[in-house]
Ligand binder design. Structure first.
Ligand code: F6P
Length: 465
């Protein structure tokens, strides 16, 4: 292969540029040209296929900075429709015109599903990214545990359920793709957020509910344990409200403040997502989903009640004492910490090697075991698919969480330690010291990477169309 392309798909993460950088450095060594496709799969729907040559003369362009969050080539949530065969053929002819012989997609489970139709026509590999840490398998046989059940209320007429009984023993050494770049930085931001909210809760005798991202996976919430919240609620374990109220009161009686972290996808005992349950209408009459943290607050206000706070003069009402904050998009933005940068680069580099070794529809994964530490491998994407061909987002294994304590279990702690013990580099702290209050920040406007990359964007020539 002499020329390959790379794209970033789905929501941004802090480590995307680091992955691209790792890929480009390896491509330079192997004397392969590498084109960055602009805005993910969206670029392929444009007949002129906007792209950037990332390594002219086998040198990476200076805009490609692995310490910068986001992605210099842009991203989108557009995917190919496997049923639109004609469209896929047109896309293939566009890639051919560009002379692309292989493609690296940087993404999560959505991207891996999305690239399947292309992988039947062109060598394609995935380099993983997601702050949710939901790309991978708890054990290699996990895809076989998915079942299709009829469901008239869904668009396709069925939904997927996971077999409640598993044949496999969960073992940290057996996890496929132990952790994904982006996760460590998102935990870093969220855990810091927990620490900062704590002091307000302490000072004003309040109960704070902090909602973190992660969709249906509780890894991000689990990782906030580093910020020492009192209670962590994860989507994989249905909420036990009675028990929660009991614990909240117990902790509040002791220390006059409580900090609760909840994953955005937490569910009630019926399995309904809390965030989708409490609805209000905005001024235009549209239904607004209020979010898991707000829904949980409403429930706690009802169940704890005003009198509990008035009794010891700690507040006038439950409404005043219980508040919510979302860490929001700050948790997936900004500079990646050392762990993410380092392993993202290795995974990007491995993706190039997989293509050049002739692998197709493979994934570069980050493995961990006590003997070898972290190391990268190639994994066949087909092994991620269930028997109907679908790749499911990984849910956090139940044994990483203690539902009584509402915190990581011993195994959860063992899972987190290798990732985070040395996750922050000296340069991460030094970078903040040197840049945050730099005098130039006050005088100079923000200079966006997009301005410079825009000057490098090329298109398929009109006459070639
Ligand atoms: O999948 C990554 C993620 O950040 C989720 O944790 C979150 O639910 C979602 O994306 C937010 O997406 P958007 O950027 O579209 O708001």
């Amino acid at each position: 292969m002499k020329r390959i392309a790379i794209l970033t798909a789905g929501g941004d993460t802090p480590a995307l540029n680091a992955t691209i950088h790792g890929a480009v450095v390896r491509a330079n060594q192997l004397k392969v040209e590498i084109y960055g496709l602009i805005k993910g799969f969206n670029c392929l729907f444009n007949p002129r296929v906007p792209h950037v040559h990332l390594n002219p003369l086998y040198q990476e362009i200076p805009e490609l900075d692995p310490t910068k969050g986001g992605t210099l080539i842009g991203s989108s949530r557009d995917y190919l429709d496997p049923d639109k065969k004609d469209e896929i053929e047109i896309i293939m002819s566009r890639l051919k015109k560009l002379g692309i012989e292989g493609l690296i997609c940087i993404g999560g489970d959505g991207t891996l599903n999305g690239l399947q139709p292309l992988a039947e026509r062109l060598p394609v590999v995935l380099a993983p990214k997601t702050i949710d840490n939901d790309l991978g398998l708890n054990y290699p046989s996990e895809p076989d545990e998915w079942l299709r059940v009829n469901d008239a209320s869904s668009k396709q007429g069925y939904r997927y359920n996971k077999n409640a009984v598993s044949n496999a023993v969960f073992d940290l050494d057996q996890i496929v793709n132990y952790v994904t770049p982006g996760y460590a930085t998102a935990v870093f931001v969220s855990a810091q957020g927990v620490g900062r909210i704590r002091t307000t809760a302490e000072s004003h005798r309040r109960i704070a509910i902090i909602e973190v991202m992660g969709r249906h996976s509780g890894y991000l919430a689990l990782g906030t344990a580093y910020g020492q919240p009192d209670i962590i609620l994860i989507p994989e374990h249905a909420l036990d409200l009675e028990l929660l109220v009991e614990r909240v009161k117990h902790i509040y009686d002791l220390q006059k403040n409580v900090v609760i972290v909840c994953g955005e996808g937490i569910v009630d005992e019926q399995g309904c997502e809390l965030g989708a349950e409490t609805k209000s209408t905005d001024p235009a009459g549209n239904v607004v989903l209020s979010g898991a943290g707000d829904a949980l607050r409403t429930k706690l206000i009802q169940m704890v009640g005003d009198r509990y706070f008035q009794l010891y003069r700690r507040g006038d009402s439950a409404k005043e004492a219980i508040f919510t904050r979302k860490v929001g998009h700050t948790q997936r933005g900004g500079r990646p910490i050392l762990f993410d940068r380092f392993y993202a680069a290795l995974l990007g580099s491995k993706a190039v090697e997989l293509l050049l070794e002739g692998r197709n529809n493979a994934v570069s994964i980050l493995q961990y075991n006590a003997d070898k530490g972290f190391h990268v491998e190639g994994y066949d994407a087909n092994r991620f698919r269930d028997r109907w061909g679908l790749i499911h987002a990984r849910r956090m294994h139940a044994s990483l969480y203690d539902p009584k304590l509402m915190k990581p279990s011993r195994m959860g702690i063992d899972y987190l330690l290798p990732i985070f013990t040395d996750a922050i580099g000296n340069d991460d702290a030094e970078h903040m010291r040197q840049t945050l209050f730099a005098a130039g920040n006050l005088a100079q406007p923000y200079h966006s990477i997009n301005t410079d990359v825009n000057k490098r964007i090329r298109f398929i020539e009109k006459e070639a169309l």
